[in-house]
Ligand binder design. Structure first.
Ligand code: GLV
Ligand code: MN
Ligand code: MN
Ligand code: MN
Length: 427
């Protein structure tokens, strides 16, 4: 398609970097831990305030704002052919404990700014453009990653599971949702969107890896998202007095957990591929007293790979280790639950091509890459052609307070997003 006007307006137009940076700072103050860290957990007071902030910005940009039963937020700019499937973009603003300001946020605030850029340029969308803020991309509160996008993509399994899901404080999902103002979170099938609801979905995100910065490349064009899985494990033993119970008499649930954590590392390394990773990010001992032998241990294991079969193989080895550790230590495996075991997702050629040509027109260096982190895009790919735009971040840091993306890199990402949206809107 020949789009001379579009191209001309974009090379001249710039992002309102000052406002965008101010918004990133303001949003980061809705946090339950001190700056520079950010902690924003699903349906907490801070999350509710941050949601209000986003809805307000969407309204200020002239978008019509809607929310679904779990609080996925949609801001729509009607196109001149509004009966066509819209083009959507977005990300999340929830933040894991003690993380940073940019993960997800760049793809929400940046998407709203991309709309502003398009509006200022005089662009008129043919297909409607929609900004989506997804509920709970992070698994922090209920142990379920990409909760909002998984439901949007029609996960019956998750809708069923959420009926009985509670958080660490034993608060049910629907009570937590009600606290945040979502009264209808029992009716989860209302969240499902049929395939074809969008003609394209594209997410802007920090790379969360070091490649773009190291190679001084402005933009990453994501071709695939690695396959994540998470597992919950509980061991139980008899516990007892740390002085009085002699070593041969013990069945220590904590040592079983420690051994399983090491087994995770071993199985991952034995895959022989640098792309296989595994992490025990949660390890809790009960009763958690120095002079009491742990009677219960709870682990949560995250394992990922770009190769799904290889990742599944690691999961089976972890399961076998859990069983053999139990036998050897006479502890009970009271739970071994695979919470999710998601396949990888591929970007759609039509979107990667649109993004690549946007980069060329904007004179920005770019390279194709895979995403090792997961994103809402992993699930949007089930109902829509999907693509992602990465920008460099400082040393690849993410999920920690030192996370940083330079204002000009954020602005470049927004410009590429805006031009990609414009192209897809006219397609
Ligand atoms: C997203 O936060 C991930 O863990 O990849
Ligand atoms: Mn994250
Ligand atoms: Mn993220
Ligand atoms: Mn458990």
């Amino acid at each position: 398609v020949h789009e001379p006007h579009l191209q001309d307006s974009f090379t001249s137009l710039s992002v309102d970097t000052e406002s965008l940076q101010r918004q990133i700072e303001e949003l980061s103050t809705f946090s339950d831990t001190p700056a520079p860290s950010v902690t924003r957990v699903l349906y907490s007071e801070k999350d509710v305030s941050a949601r209000r902030y986003i809805k307000n910005l969407m309204a200020l940009s002239g978008l019509s704002v809607k929310e679904d039963a779990v609080g996925n937020i949609f801001g729509r700019w009607d196109g001149y052919e509004p009966e066509l499937a819209p083009v959507s973009t977005g990300s999340h603003i929830d933040a894991i404990p003690y993380s940073g300001k940019y993960d997800g946020v760049v793809g929400v605030l940046g998407a709203i700014e991309a709309i502003n850029v398009l509006k200022r340029s005089g662009f008129k969308p043919k297909r409607s453009l929609e900004v989506i803020m997804f509920t709970s991309e992070e698994p922090t509160r209920f142990g379920i990653s990409c909760l909002g996008s998984r439901l949007l993509a029609g996960s019956q399994e998750l809708a069923e599971l959420l009926k009985t899901t509670v958080d660490g404080q034993n608060i049910s999902f629907s009570d937590a949702a009600r606290f945040a103002g979502y009264e209808n979170a029992q009716d989860l099938s209302s969240v499902f969107l049929p395939k074809g609801s969008y003609s394209a979905f594209i997410e802007l995100h920090i790379e969360q890896g070091p490649i773009l910065e190291e190679e001084a490349t402005s933009i990453g064009v994501v071709t695939a998202i690695a396959a994540p899985a998470s597992i919950k494990v509980d061991f139980e033993g008899n516990g007892g007095h740390a002085g009085a119970v002699l070593m041969p008499m013990r069945n220590d649930a904590g040592l079983a957990a420690a051994e399983l954590a090491l087994a995770v590392e071993k199985h991952v390394l034995e895959s022989g591929s640098i792309d296989t990773v595994g992490t025990v990010g949660i390890l809790e001992l009960h009763p958690g007293a120095i002079n009491s032998i742990p009677s219960k241990a709870h682990l949560e294991i995250d394992t990922r790979d770009i190769n799904e079969a290889r990742r599944n193989d690691v999961i089976e080895k972890i399961r076998n280790s859990a069983l053999s550790i139990c036998k050897k230590r006479s502890v009970k495996l009271s739970e071994f639950k695979i919470v999710n075991q998601d396949p990888p997702a591929l970007s759609d050629d039509s979107i990667t091509k649109a993004t690549e040509s946007a980069c060329r027109e904007l004179n920005l260096s770019h390279k194709k890459m895979i995403s090792r982190a997961y994103h809402d895009s992993l699930f949007m790919a089930r109902i829509s052609p999907m693509g992602m735009i990465f920008i460099p971040c400082y040393k690849g840091y993410s999920h920690k307070p030192e996370e940083f993306a330079a204002p000009e890199d954020v602005a470049n990402g927004v410009r590429v997003l805006a031009l990609t949206l414009a192209k897809l809107s006219l397609a």
